[in-house]
Design a protein. Structure first.
Length: 124
């Protein structure tokens, strides 16, 4: 990625994860051996209340499906939350963009990605 492209990304306020993906696509950086992913799970989901904000390390090339399984092994009930509140499988957020689980299960994670599952809110 040229200096001008980097400056443009900085001026536009591109998130660091997007910048790293662009650098990898340009072949400027070798693939890291691990990716760090922030998992945020908040709110009433099914019968439980969740308040999770954890960073998990996974091998490079790990997918969303791998993250869900790894989170379960670490005691973070991500798979259970998705199963207990089926609408969450359609409203999972990946770096601020909606990413339905079934459509993105095989999508590779990048270092610095953030995965959000927020229970529905109601009020008046």
């Amino acid at each position: 990625m040229s200096v001008l492209a980097r400056l443009g990304a900085w001026v536009r306020g591109a998130p660091q994860a997007a910048l790293r993906r662009a650098q990898r696509a340009a072949g400027e950086r070798s693939r890291p051996s691990k990716v760090r992913v922030r998992v945020i799970l908040k709110g009433r989901i099914g019968d439980g209340w969740y308040d999770v904000n954890e960073q998990l390390a996974l091998p490079a090339g790990a997918t969303l499906g791998d993250l869900i399984a790894h989170a379960e092994r670490r005691g973070i009930a991500l798979a259970r939350a998705i199963e207990e509140s089926p609408h969450l499988r359609h409203t999972l957020m990946w770096n601020g963009e909606r990413a339905p689980v079934d459509e993105h299960r095989d999508r590779a994670l990048a270092d610095g990605d953030q995965i959000y599952l927020l229970g529905p809110l109601a009020g008046g």
